[in-house]
Design a binder for this molecule. Structure first.
Ligand SMILES: Cc1ncc(COP(=O)(O)OP(=O)(O)O)c(N)n1
Ligand SMILES: Cc1nc(C(=O)O)sc1CCOP(=O)(O)O
Length: 524
């Protein structure tokens, strides 16, 4: 009988990466005590005799903990010690040969660096796929095959949903990014979960491998608990939504969250002033050196790609990563993401490094991220009447990216994949000033910060952030559009520039407004 393997925390060994003074078998045993569920012995430089010896001593310890052992590349070694099976790469013994030599009762895992390799291994009867590399790593040169969580998600999506094949990801996975990876890879449409994460250095290089393994195991389990828990019924009747919106907007001055914004040079000043007017505090820190120390203190981070430079991009990568680690809402404004290849690449790189809580863009930006060309761009603006089915566009992207998507325009569409809202507030003067979309990002970030600070969650360990960010996004959009409507009626407004000042003034008066009376929102 082929062993039923639990792939949750899959250790791939590397004796050359052990900390000075740590013995291989001691480290292995500690990691098994910490919760490693399957081990792969990976040796690249030793001769066959020594390989068999190490494999025997590795198997003795694995047996003590009832943990299956696989051998990297070497079918002969696996046969010699009669372990659970092997892992083979694309340039090792072909799967069919490995199966013939090992027989039906051994487990065979195959490396998959792309969809074609994954499908071939699935059709060939592999028991599991090692999908990677997710990120770069010092352990092995994988620079030509880094796919990010989105690449692994595409592999999962391409697999036959009825196939029993299991999947793990590998490459640069550590306790500080494992939740982000699991959230980014899980393929919602077919409900195909990853079966585990394969890790080398995060465990092997640690002086405390037991603790390192416990951390990984706890996060993998927390993610699963979160996915398997039936969520509380989401608020979606319009009265409850608008009540919640008012609660969030009115709580901004009490909570006074610090809103970090990597803004663009055209609109940064308006964004900072809008933050203050809403009752929050802006911090426009956009250099790498600030990110680690600042991140624990912020309520949310807004990343706006409008005038992104190489230095700012590095800060965006780091700031977003810390936001995922510290469970801070991360709002991504992919300004003009489809306009140039540099912007397309930058958007892709950012989304591969961290997981956004909300993506906010105009129709052209949301279309570019969705891979649709129905709506085109002119500079930073969207051209034409928009999508035929905007509900479907936002819902699909929200499902794919597992986040809230806000598509702004004459009508705004917001979806978390389950619920979708249409907002028809706003004023045409918003289209005559630069940066109204960027300031909308500021308001969404502010409302998401409040939602996250005020709403607890039983399953927060398995989440990247807490709070109902669908409703917070509605709150952010309404806050801006209703203040614009009120500003537009003021006698002192003579055109776009006076409107801009009045608009920011009115953001600070929202507590005096009955938002439910002015809101034009439908939730489907
Ligand atoms: C679980 C898992 N996935 C992928 C690999 C990589 O295997 P391979 O492509 O054979 O490369 P080497 O490990 O031989 O360098 C793996 N070992 N484990
Ligand atoms: C052995 C291996 N194979 C990879 C692949 O992508 O096929 S990445 C990798 C090394 C992973 O090491 P770490 O957990 O230290 O990043």
């Amino acid at each position: 009988m082929r062993s039923e393997i639990d792939y949750s925390v899959y250790l791939v060994t590397a004796r050359d990466l052990l900390p000075v003074g740590k013995h291989y078998l001691e480290s292995l045993e500690e990691s098994l005590q910490g919760g490693v569920t399957v081990v792969q012995l990976r040796e690249k430089t030793i001769d066959t005799g020594e390989f068999i010896q190490i494999a025997q001593s590795t198997k003795a310890i694995c047996d003590k903990y009832n943990t299956p052992l696989l051998i990297n590349d070497r079918i002969d070694v696996a046969l010699a010690i009669d372990c659970a099976g092997v892992h083979v790469g694309q340039s090792d013994a072909p799967l069919a040969v490995a199966r013939r030599l090992l027989g039906p009762n051994k487990v065979i895992g195959v490396s998959a660096g792309n969809i074609d390799q994954a499908i071939a291994a699935q059709k060939g009867g592999a028991d599991y796929l090692g999908i990677g590399a997710i990120y770069g790593t010092q352990t092995k040169d994988v620079s030509n095959k880094i796919m990010g969580p989105a690449g692994a998600r595409a592999v999962l999506a391409a697999l036959d949903p009825h196939s029993p094949i299991k999947t793990v990801v590998i490459g640069g996975i550590k306790s500080d990014n494992v939740l982000r990876v699991l959230h980014g890879v899980h393929f919602r449409d077919t409900k195909r979960y990853l079966d585990g994460v394969a890790v080398v250095s995060d465990i092997v290089s640690s002086p405390r491998p037991r603790k390192a393994t416990e951390n990984l195991a706890r996060l993998v389990q927390a993610f699963r608990n979160n996915e398997n828990t039936k969520p509380e019924p989401a608020i979606n009747d319009i009265d409850s939504v608008l009540n919640k919106v008012s609660e969030i907007i009115n709580a901004i001055p009490d909570q006074s969250p610090l809103i970090q914004q990597m803004a663009n040079i055209v609109t940064a000043n308006d964004q900072a002033n809008a933050t203050l007017a809403l009752g929050a505090s802006p911090v426009m820190a956009a250099v790498v050196g600030d990110q680690k120390d600042l991140n624990p203190h912020i309520g949310a981070l807004l990343i706006n790609m409008g005038t992104v430079s190489d230095e700012q991009k590095r800060a965006m990568l780091a700031g977003g990563r810390y936001s995922n680690i510290n469970k801070k809402p991360l709002i991504f404004d992919p300004v003009a993401v489809g306009a140039t290849s540099f912007r397309r690449e930058t958007g892709k790189e950012l989304l591969s490094h961290w997981h956004p809580t909300v993506i906010k863009g105009n129709a052209a930006e949301i279309g570019a991220l969705s891979g649709l060309n129905e709506v085109t761009t002119k500079g930073v603006d969207s051209v034409g009447p928009g999508f035929k089915d905007p509900y479907l566009v936002v819902r699909s992207l929200a499902n794919r990216e597992r986040c809230v998507v806000v598509m702004t325009g004459k009508d705004d569409y917001i979806s978390d994949g389950e619920r979708t809202a249409k907002i028809s507030n706003g004023h045409q003067l918003l289209g005559q000033i630069t940066g109204s979309g960027c300031v909308t990002g500021t308001a969404i970030a502010t409302c998401c910060a409040v939602a996250s600070m005020t709403e607890g969650d039983m399953n927060k360990d398995g989440k990247l952030t807490t709070g109902d960010h669908f409703i917070a996004s509605i709150a952010g959009v309404l806050a801006l559009e209703i203040s614009a409507e009120i500003a537009s009626t003021r006698n002192d407004v003579r055109g776009p520039n006076t409107f801009r000042s009045a608009w920011i003034d009115e953001m600070s008066n929202l507590d005096k407004i009955d938002l439910s009376k002015m809101s034009r929102v439908i939730v489907a």
